[in-house]
Design a protein around this ligand. Structure first.
Ligand SMILES: Cc1cc2nc3c(=O)[nH]c(=O)nc-3n(C[C@H](O)[C@H](O)[C@H](O)COP(=O)(O)OP(=O)(O)OC[C@H]3O[C@@H](n4cnc5c(N)ncnc54)[C@H](O)[C@@H]3O)c2cc1C
Length: 407
């Protein structure tokens, strides 16, 4: 029996564990915190579009161990909110875990399409998929010569689609150049909408389009993919793009375990939560991160993003512990919304606010900020209980001073 059971070891789950541990330690409470996750690592998911994805992980035990949180290596398979139990499958077989308070933080997953050849589509949603794409790219120079050997089709021109398309230009060139084949590199971005990145806001679009032009990324707008084979991607307008690489990025939904909580969910499958991140109608259960449709500033709802998952985790853990200690819960608030979109070799673009106003900053400044986010800001401290618990304070924002422009 665990007093606070956290399911999921991503940004929300890890910070929920730390948020709970911080309050419990401050009150010298003997309450136990357990985190259940199938893998041993916090996967730094926002970096999975980059080269060398296998490196983007942090051992959970280096965060949880110093702060006294127990980790169970298993995947939750069922939740019974009436009995307050979670069943899980792990190396020890099937186990059952009782809780007083549950934090559901199992994230989200890409919705893969059902179309002929769908099994050939790569993605960058999970560590395993990103590593498979990296290995595929590295093997291309040894693949049989022919059209499309160094062509990649990226499907979906949203945040992830634009980032991976821009990055693939450099990654394919890095694979092809040692063999004198860099001229064969081509990246094609397929989008069924008539514009690139509608959800990224109109102000940033000209910057994105200029960057894609500069990188030579071809856009095929107003079409979608009908089928894929080993040599080509076939589009809905009847055209064919010879390509050995196809990457699907369109559509993400909250993890299916949300469906086992008897509560309302939004169109992304996220649980409706109150200001304290308690699932509405199920007060012993909190949801945080990509599983939660939490209220953000000015009447908006959080996005499925690391920038929202991290503070939600801190609040959910804090509030779950506060419940058990009989203390006041803290209403969730978050830093003002911003986006920083990587444009590969063309820099990056920054927007602020929910209307995504363009931040007029040199591309090099935006790129330095993206690097700081990806390489430093989103990583938790390790091995240092005091620093982990300091950062677990929900009042500590994620952002640090912006890096100086480098050029
Ligand atoms: C390529 C890419 C780029 C991105 N770029 C950005 C960006 O620039 N900025 C940004 O803010 N966000 C970005 N995101 C989104 C961000 O990564 C997610 O919103 C964030 O990871 C959500 O955190 P989370 O803790 O809710 O879920 P996750 O980080 O996905 O963690 C979920 C955890 O739950 C575990 N889990 C899943 N199922 C079970 C189960 N049944 N039992 C137990 N554990 C389970 C998983 O193993 C994992 O540990 C990006 C995502 C991708 C894929």
């Amino acid at each position: 029996m665990s007093d606070i059971l956290i399911v999921g070891g991503g940004f929300a789950g890890t910070w929920a564990a730390a948020g709970a541990a911080r309050l419990l330690r401050a009150h010298d409470a003997a309450t136990t915190v357990t985190l259940l996750a199938p893998g041993p690592d916090l996967v730094i998911r926002p970096r999975l579009y980059e080269a060398d994805p296998a490196a983007y992980r942090v051992p959970l035990d280096r965060v949880l161990g110093p702060i006294g949180v127990q980790r169970v290596a298993a995947a939750a398979t069922g939740i019974d909110t009436g009995r307050r139990t979670v069943t899980a499958e792990g190396a020890d077989g099937r186990t059952e875990h009782r809780y007083e308070r549950l934090v559901l933080a199992t994230g989200s997953a890409l919705v893969r399409p059902r179309l002929p050849g769908a099994e050939l589509l790569h993605d960058v949603d999970t560590m395993a998929a990103a590593v498979a794409l990296e290995e595929h790219l590295q093997a291309l120079p040894e693949a049989p010569e022919g059209p499309g050997r160094f062509t990649a089709v990226v499907v979906g021109a949203g945040f992830t689609g634009v980032e991976i398309a821009a990055e693939l230009v450099g990654r394919l060139r890095a694979a092809a150049a040692p063999h004198g084949l860099a001229d064969e590199v081509e990246v094609v971005l397929v989008e069924r909408d008539e514009v690139v990145g509608r959800g990224l806001g109109a102000p940033a679009r000209p910057v994105i389009e200029r960057a894609l032009d500069g990188l030579g990324v071809v856009r095929r707008l107003g079409v979608t993919v009908e089928r894929v084979d080993q040599r080509a991607v076939h589009l809905s307008d009847g055209s064919t793009v010879p390509a050995r690489t196809a990457v699907w990025t369109a559509g993400v939904r909250a993890d299916g375990l949300t469906g086992q909580i008897p509560a309302a969910r939004d169109e992304l499958g996220r649980l409706a939560v109150d200001e304290w991140l308690r699932v509405r109608g199920v007060p012993e259960v909190y949801a945080a991160g990509d599983t939660a449709a939490a209220p953000a500033e000015d009447g908006h709802t959080v996005t499925q993003s690391c920038q929202h998952a991290t503070p939600q985790g801190k609040y959910a853990g804090h509030n779950a512990a506060a419940d058990l200690l009989g203390l006041d819960r803290e209403p969730f608030t978050t830093d003002p919304y911003v986006t920083c979109l990587d444009l590969g070799g063309a820099g990056a673009v920054l927007t602020s606010g929910w209307d995504r106003a363009l931040r007029e900053a040199p591309a090099a400044y935006a790129k330095a900020r993206k690097r700081a986010i990806n390489e430093t800001w989103i990583y938790p401290p390790v091995d240092d209980a005091e620093e982990i618990l300091r950062r677990a304070d929900f009042r500590v924002g994620q952002r640090r001073p912006a890096p100086e422009p480098t050029g």
